[in-house]
Design a protein around this ligand. Structure first.
Ligand SMILES: NC(=O)c1ccc[n+]([C@@H]2O[C@H](COP(=O)([O-])OP(=O)(O)OC[C@H]3O[C@@H](n4cnc5c(N)ncnc54)[C@H](O)[C@@H]3O)[C@@H](O)[C@H]2O)c1
Length: 386
């Protein structure tokens, strides 16, 4: 069995946690670091064998967008023992992947988490009460309550002896003070501290990241933390209030064309900027991050670095749809931070890879999928929207 020092992981994760947000600057910080990690320097990272095709993979939030696509991704890779879990009734799941065991259970309850994790070799925790800006600004308590999911899931995975545990964090964990300008500097991993996360949702993610870090430091379970930046693509939420900007823009334009009323209302002044990651990049990134021992307990950006304004996003959807909309702006609507982008220096260094599907390409696929869903719903068929 190959063993090696895991000191660099501790250092990396400590960088995320220094109050100054800078790595190892002051004497004081160095002393604290030594106190915290002196005993742990002896810890080694045991190399586990590659995941076997029949090993149990558990995915929570499996009825949702990313969880469903992740189950599909692993199934296509030939894994035969996948358990997807969601509290939604089965008919509301976005994807039913053949050959995957689907369980309807609420993983904010500890007993259910134990049941879900029994026998798991790897656990991917993607369950959360979440949505686009309209949802997370309006329902902060629901967002905060996802702490129950993450608290019980990480413990149940540990008790079950899972080898690897993945947690889906978010760019909303970053300090909001750094995101006040649409021409924003891309966010690097250390920008989460000093902490001033997005109210509700962001703080919950930050706290749950810490659980993951401590389950490694104190108990030795290999945990992995990706900070997603806006994910979009087929089988995602596209209506109902939880949808994110790309899906919302596609639906609004599809609806406008259908109703022959080419007007669109945009939240904010449309100058706020974001980057959007296509779902295929997201699931690939989750897999790569979770199987990289140098990233244990180390938060890492998983996002596209292609920054666009919401106005540009609308123009792109207009081009795909072949229409020109009359735009109006709702300045009182929720719009989140002024600008946010993903700095991909760290992921490129660690994985030699970054999410790179061009927005134009991913949007065209997503538009077509939403159009299909819209038409199916209009024809009276049951479709998952959120
Ligand atoms: N989509 C994004 O752009 C984005 C960005 C940053 C972070 N994330 C994170 O990625 C994860 C997946 O997001 P998504 O876009 O697939 O969202 P989603 O809403 O489509 O999926 C989440 C699923 O979790 C389920 N769920 C909620 N509470 C549950 C509970 N108590 N027990 C069991 N299931 C429960 C929901 O029913 C839903 O199906 C979440 O943790 C989210 O915070 C997503």
């Amino acid at each position: 069995m190959e063993e090696r020092e895991s000191c660099c992981n501790f250092k990396n994760s400590f960088k995320m946690r220094t109050l100054s947000g800078r790595p190892f600057l002051g004497m004081m910080e160095r002393r604290v670091w030594r106190q915290i990690f002196m005993t742990e320097k002896k810890r080694v990272v045991e190399k586990d064998g590659p995941l076997k095709k029949g090993d149990l993979i558990v995915i929570t939030g499996g009825g949702g967008f990313i969880g469903g696509n992740l189950a599909l991704y692993f199934r296509k890779k030939g894994f035969t023992n996948i358990r997807a879990v969601d509290k939604k009734p089965l008919y509301e799941w976005y994807l039913h992947v053949p050959g995957v065991q689907n369980l309807c259970l609420d993983v904010s309850e500890a007993d259910n988490c134990r049941r879900v994790c029994a026998g798991a070799v790897e656990v991917y925790n993607l369950a959360a009460d979440m949505g686009g800006m309209g949802f997370i600004e309006r329902f902060r308590i629901e967002c905060l309550r996802s702490i129950l999911i993450n608290t019980h899931m990480v413990e149940a995975a540990y008790e079950a002896g899972a080898r690897r545990y993945f947690f889906s964090s978010s760019a909303c964990a970053y300090n909001t003070q750094l995101q006040k300008d649409p021409n924003v500097r891309a966010l690097k991993e250390s920008d989460a501290y000093p902490a001033m996360a997005e109210r509700g949702y962001g703080w919950e993610k930050l706290m749950s990241e810490m659980f993951c870090q401590e389950y490694w430091h104190e108990r030795g379970m290999k945990t992995f933390i990706a900070r997603f930046h806006n994910v979009y693509g087929p089988h995602g939420t596209w209506d109902g209030g939880r949808e994110k900007a790309p899906a919302a823009m596609c639906r609004k334009i599809i609806e406008a064309i259908d109703k022959k009323d080419l007007r669109i209302n945009i939240w904010g002044n449309g100058e706020q900027t974001r980057s959007f990651m296509y779902i295929d990049d997201c699931v690939k990134g989750i897999d790569r991050i979770t199987h990289c021992d140098d990233l244990i307990a180390t938060p890492i950006n998983l996002g596209s670095s292609e920054l666009v304004s919401i106005n540009t996003l609308v123009s792109k959807v207009e081009k795909i749809a072949g229409v020109k909309m009359k735009r109006s702006y709702d300045l009182s609507a929720p719009q989140g931070v002024a600008g946010r982008n993903s700095d991909n220096t760290f992921i490129k260094k660690m994985l030699g890879w970054e999410p790179a599907t061009p927005l134009d390409k991913g949007l065209a696929i997503t538009y077509k999928w939403i159009q299909g869903q819209y038409e199916a719903r209009k024809a009276g068929k049951r479709v998952g929207i959120g």
